[in-house]
Design a protein around this ligand. Sequence first.
Ligand SMILES: [Zn+2]
Length: 133
Amino acid sequence: MSKKSIEQIRAELDSLNEQMRKKQHVSDKIIIARNMHSDFMKTQVAGANNPMYGTDPWNKGLTYNTGPNSLKAHPNNKFGKGNIGKVQDEEWKRKRLEKIKGPHMIATCPHCKKEGGERIMKRWHFDNCKMKN
Ligand SMILES: [Zn+2]
């Protein structure tokens, strides 16, 4: 098996890109912008030019919840802390429930006389009713 040359790989990638473009209806402008950004990232901020070059990631060496280096206890770990200990306002809770439960407008289908919530009844009844005609 012979190794593919860079030109071959480029040609394959170009044809793949072309297929993707046709599939997703992406305009040429977006493709050009994407390629420009890609080139920029590859040349201008790669390696030592990257601001994070040579720095360790904040979670390096941390395990999730065991040991002295616990990720849970780390001040930089914000995952899953958003709603912990947050007390929900009672009125807000009630309003939210009301929105879900209703009351909804009750509509009656003129063809089969069935009653139900206005929004969903429009899907299967009125002009779309089985009994219509
Ligand atoms: Zn009906």
